[in-house]
Design a protein around this ligand. Sequence first.
Ligand SMILES: NC(=O)c1ccc[n+]([C@@H]2O[C@H](COP(=O)([O-])OP(=O)(O)OC[C@H]3O[C@@H](n4cnc5c(N)ncnc54)[C@H](OP(=O)(O)O)[C@@H]3O)[C@@H](O)[C@H]2O)c1
Length: 360
Amino acid sequence: MDSTTSGLDFAVLGHQDSWENISDFINGIRTSNEGELTNEKIKEIFSFIPPRTLFRMKVRSNTGAEIKGTYIETFIEPDKLDSSFLRVNIAKVRNAVSYAKKTKAKIATLGGFTSIVLEGNLDPFSDGETRFTTGNTLTAAFIVKGIEKAARDRNVNLKESSILIVGATGDIGIACTNFLKNKAAKLLLSARNYLRLEKLAVELINDGQQVIYSVNIQDLIPEADIIICVASATGIQLSNLKSGVIICDAGYPKNLETRLEQTKGVHLFHGGMGQIAGGYDLEPDYSGTFYRYAAPHIVHGCILEAIVLAFENRFESYSEGKGKITTDRMEEIYNLSIKHGIDLAPFYNAKGLWSQDQNI
Ligand SMILES: NC(=O)c1ccc[n+]([C@@H]2O[C@H](COP(=O)([O-])OP(=O)(O)OC[C@H]3O[C@@H](n4cnc5c(N)ncnc54)[C@H](OP(=O)(O)O)[C@@H]3O)[C@@H](O)[C@H]2O)c1
């Protein structure tokens, strides 16, 4: 596909979250003459593929506006996301950034780990026509708006609740924590680095918020009525959960071990996700093999941030750096999102949409 296409409003730099997805996707786009590739073969070649456009998108706003975008795959391997692969992943993101600039898209968003490996530092990319954003402001907004809605639907009073944030010192974690400050009875904060946790906790306590923090999640779980998981980690185990606990797993890939989604008395949803009422088209149409969700037109908050900014003709680095997201900006981008018919995705998890008994 041509890498120097102009006229694009937005670009998305992304990566896949599992080999299963990659295999479905790659074999889904191969012709019957080419035959299917085995997982071993796919793993052998995947990492060597340079960044490229996988498909174009047309997205429609409730205002009647239509914008054009492109999805650029970085070919970061899903099981090589941790810090020991940082250098190779940074190189892949940089190559994808150069590719995105050539598309001359007016704004580009760095999905999932593509912004994490850069620690949100987008300064080196600010030359040229394309503006870059991490998409974390709208992601954080969808997470907290999801928590507020899930609590309302289940008659849980935030003011009387203890909310645990796993990954509280990350970019999205800090944004969620600050948004929830003085809206919950108690904030329970967890991450691995004690000093960063302590610094955040002291700031919140000085602002009148009751806080408990620990590097050991298990210390905090028994007290949590609500849990937000926004860590850059996978396979996190949670035990001794309160019955009826509401959990938002907003990680990409998912933070929590999948067993939890099957656990009785746990109301877990995949958070940070929005749904586009006006819909979108993919070209080629990979909707059967890519981006499959429990309901149509569900999209990650980080991608939606670029889409909303493009609808608004605001081609700016709306989210960059770490710890800079304010509650006012979360409200602003969320309201703009609503204006274009992009609201919270319905609650779902690996089992599908929440059933009626989880909604009430
Ligand atoms: N749903 C969406 O649309 C969307 C959009 C963007 C990003 N995301 C996902 O959101 C998550 C957070 O992104 P971010 O940009 O905020 O990342 P970040 O800035 O790197 O923050 C990650 C946080 O997780 C903590 N952490 C890392 N490993 C941990 C572990 N094993 N146990 C507990 N805490 C751990 C880190 O602190 P320590 O290092 O001290 O542990 C830090 O507090 C990622 O999974 C990302 O892919 C989702």
